[in-house]
Design a binder for this molecule. Structure first.
Ligand SMILES: [Zn+2]
Length: 62
């Protein structure tokens, strides 16, 4: 099983709390909290969800 973000082998055993990602970094990337800095703004839940959906769509296109 590969990490869906960085494509490196990911540890899927229970000791990896970030699975299916390889690391916290990739989990954060998947959540869409890395690029825009939205995560620093409290009360922007709607914007975060929009961003997340956008990321998902882009990944499907790739
Ligand atoms: Zn990764």
């Amino acid at each position: 099983m590969m990490c869906p973000i960085c494509k490196k082998p990911a540890d899927l055993s229970p000791r990896n709390r970030f699975r299916p990602f390889c690391s916290e970094r990739c989990q954060m990337i998947d959540l869409g909290t890395w690029a825009s800095g939205d995560y620093k703004v409290e009360g922007s839940q709607a914007a975060d969800n929009e961003h997340h959906d956008d990321l998902k769509k882009r990944r499907l296109l790739n």
